[in-house]
Design a protein around this ligand. Structure first.
Ligand code: AMP
Length: 313
């Protein structure tokens, strides 16, 4: 089993009501790979510049993430994103995006990555997502994320990319916008009509909902008392979800496995937001992951008991 992610590798500057960081390791592929590394072998595809040094590589290598397909562009600068959150931590406000080495990025996958069983096309320009999808012929599970920017500026490309994947993970507002459908259930159906067999609607602190052709499953967000920085929560969710399913293996993916994948996604997202950037997931242990999974099991457990009704109507 192995998993490949293509997406941004970044330096982020983030301000939240609880503090700020002027420059920290980030990017969708970084958050995704750190989270999925708890479940399977994962390889990152994406470009970096000269400013991406041994300290940054060490964070990924420290969790066993394969970095061979990270392309170092000599003389280039790494993708940079600056954003802030006000008291509604579900809404990220972008203040600056510098594409830098991403501007001329042409994904080149090693033979090993092309042979991966699972692929995550993190939030990048949808034509690039499709190019990577087409290079990964062996993949039996391909997931995709996107954002409002691409819905607004590259809708046709995004529709083509969605048509080539098995799973779409997007924020519920993005799903509604993409399908021009205010009802989330119908929006998910419309996305499945484009090709994918599963749709996950991420709902920030409220959790996530999973739609398939014939089933529905939803989980609340983990009830955290302190959320410090939500950046990367969506990618950490996707990392837990796809990392777990890759570990299970395509043949064993059934309704129960997908529900566990939703739970591991929620577990990884909930840890990610406890500290800035990658800080919390870098320090995370397997025991903590397992314990939070058990807590989710209890939170969502329901028992039916016979009800002795006093009313007859
Ligand atoms: P999220 O999981 O949605 O919070 O993703 C956060 C990550 O997305 C940050 O670490 C950013 O570096 C990255 N990001 C922000 N804008 C873009 C963009 N336009 N393209 C690719 N990655 C981005």
């Amino acid at each position: 089993m192995s998993l490949v992610v293509v997406g941004s590798i970044a330096f982020d500057a983030v301000r939240t009501p609880f503090g700020e960081r002027a420059r920290m390791l980030g990017g969708s592929a970084v958050h995704f790979s750190l989270a999925s590394s708890f479940f399977t072998e994962v390889s990152v595809v994406g470009p970096v510049g000269d400013d991406f040094g041994p300290d940054e590589y060490d964070v990924l290598a420290g969790r066993g993430v394969r970095t061979d397909d990270i392309e170092h562009v000599p003389g280039g600068k790494t993708f940079f994103w600056r954003g802030h959150y006000d008291y509604d931590l579900n809404v990220a406000h972008t203040d600056d995006t510098q594409l830098n080495v991403f501007g001329a990025f042409e994904p080149k996958l090693s033979e090993e990555s092309k042979a991966a069983g699972s692929v995550f096309l993190a939030n990048i320009q949808p034509d690039l997502q499709l190019e990577v999808r087409q290079q990964c012929n062996a993949a039996t599970l391909v997931g995709l994320d996107s954002m409002i920017l691409w819905i607004e500026t590259a809708r046709d490309s995004l529709t083509r990319a969605i048509g080539a994947v098995d799973l779409v993970l997007m924020n519920d507002a993005e799903l509604r916008m993409l399908t021009e459908q205010p009802n989330l259930v119908r929006a998910a159906r419309d996305v499945m009509a484009m090709g994918p067999r599963m749709v996950v609607a991420k709902q920030g602190e409220y959790g996530a909902a999973l739609f398939t052709e014939d089933s529905f499953f939803a989980l609340p967000g983990y009830p955290l008392e302190e959320v410090v920085d939500p950046t990367g929560a969506g990618d950490s969710f996707a990392g837990g979800f796809l990392g777990y399913l890759d570990a299970v293996g395509a043949d064993a993916v059934d309704e129960q496995a997908v529900r566990r994948a939703m739970t591991y996604g929620s577990v990884m997202a909930s840890f990610n937001v406890e500290q800035f950037g990658t800080e919390r997931v870098q320090a995370l242990t397997r025991g903590e992951v397992n314990r939070r999974f058990e807590e989710f099991k209890q939170i969502t457990h329901l028992e039916a008991v016979p009800l002795d009704l006093r009313v007859t109507r």
